[in-house]
Design a protein. Structure first.
Length: 114
């Protein structure tokens, strides 16, 4: 059974950093495309970035500030967020696509505020 569990969200001041984790089970991250998404209140869910064995790519709004990485031994994907802005406030989700089916985690809240 595929399962994704995010952790690491919280409240951080503008300019601060936060690292989110996504623990996977029932599959291996290094065999599929996986990524991070976010959804702010009243807004559509948007892609933050994605990672494959070839590397990672990012949405324009986070490029240069956020980094996606994996620890294959722990089957965990990470989202390192630096230089956070109030507009980064959202619920962050991880997702993996396995044979044309998307699996999502439950989400973790990130709030950037002074």
């Amino acid at each position: 059974q595929v399962r994704l569990v995010e952790s690491g969200g919280g409240l951080v001041q503008p300019g601060g950093s936060l690292r989110l984790s996504c623990q996977g089970s029932g599959f291996r991250f290094n065999e599929y495309i996986a990524g991070w998404y976010r959804q702010a209140p009243g807004s559509a869910r948007e892609m933050v970035g994605a990672i494959t064995n070839s590397g990672a790519h990012y949405g324009a709004s986070v490029r240069g500030r956020f980094t996606i990485s994996r620890d294959d031994a722990k089957n965990t994907m990470y989202l390192q967020m630096n230089s956070l802005k109030p507009e980064d406030t959202a619920v962050y989700f991880c997702k993996v696509n396995i044979w044309q089916t998307d699996y999502w985690g439950q989400g973790t809240q990130v709030t950037v505020s002074s």
